[in-house]
Design a protein around this ligand. Structure first.
Ligand code: PMT
Length: 231
């Protein structure tokens, strides 16, 4: 039987990829399927949490039962929803793959081929939503005991610096837990399975062996349940 250890907790999860529009028919995007974030939302609801899922572009993630879903497209829309809703959350999990950049100009009509070949695409930096949530918590705009969980998708293996990158990212982003995915070989973006590590601010590192995203979700929520304040 599943533990009912998240009963009453309000958990906000982001999932899927952002799409940054270029014109009415084109966008910059990524290969996130939303499966990992949806698996987290589903598992948290099964453990008694009240779950809101803010979902970007997904492919076939399955409908989670008993979860409120809000759909967004771009990073800025995701930021708007997360920063507002984080004020009502006990736990925030950023499993979405957020585009770091967006086109400066969004054409009002479909961009034509033109006689001079393709025009260059100029990019602006998107807000770092996770870092913004940590800042808002520090400033007291969201409750100081809100648990914030980040993800990191890194290429390479443990010896190839994935963990070092993860440790540096945990320090830089200032969240409580960082789930590090090793990308590639049937893991992370768009796949059924995943593998990696969970890093905590106090230096605990737990390996997450290769397995389904559902299994990975339950291991992540085990760690969340340990640190979330219980009323
Ligand atoms: O959706 P799936 O196909 O199931 O795949 C799952 C996943 C691989 C997308 C997911 O497990 C994952 O790792 N998500 C984060 C991937 C990522 O974009 O990592 P990052 O290193 O760019 O970002 C680090 C963290 O900062 C993430 O929590 C991300 O949500 C957040 N971020 C990143 C950029 C940005 N502008 N704002 C953010 O909040």
């Amino acid at each position: 039987a599943l533990p009912y250890d998240l009963a009453g907790q309000r958990i906000l999860v982001s999932a899927g990829g952002t799409r940054e529009p270029l014109d009415p028919v084109r966008y910059l995007g990524n290969h996130s399927s939303g499966k990992q974030g949806y698996a987290l939302a589903r598992a948290a609801a099964q453990r008694g949490a009240q779950v809101t899922l803010v979902a970007g572009a997904t492919s076939d993630p399955g409908e989670p039962a008993a979860v409120d879903i809000v759909h967004i497209e771009s990073a800025r829309e995701l930021e708007h929803e997360m920063s507002r809703r984080a004020r009502e959350a006990d736990v925030v999990i950023m499993a979405a793959a957020v585009a770091d950049f967006r086109p400066v100009d969004v054409a009002g009509s479909k961009i034509k081929k033109g006689d001079d070949g393709p025009a260059p695409i100029r990019l602006d930096t998107n807000p770092d939503i996770l870092a913004g949530l940590v800042r808002a918590r520090g400033a007291g705009d969201i409750a100081r005991d809100t648990v914030i969980v980040g993800f990191a998708a890194e290429t390479g293996d443990a010896d190839g610096g994935v963990l070092d990158h993860g440790r540096a990212k945990l320090r830089r982003k200032g969240c409580d837990l960082l789930v590090v995915n090793a990308v590639g070989d049937g893991k992370a973006f768009g796949t059924e399975d995943n593998a990696g590590w969970i890093l905590t601010v106090d230096g605990n590192e737990t390996a997450l062996p290769f397995g389904s995203k559902t299994l990975m979700a339950s291991r992540i929520l085990d760690e969340v349940a340990v640190i979330v304040p219980h009323s």
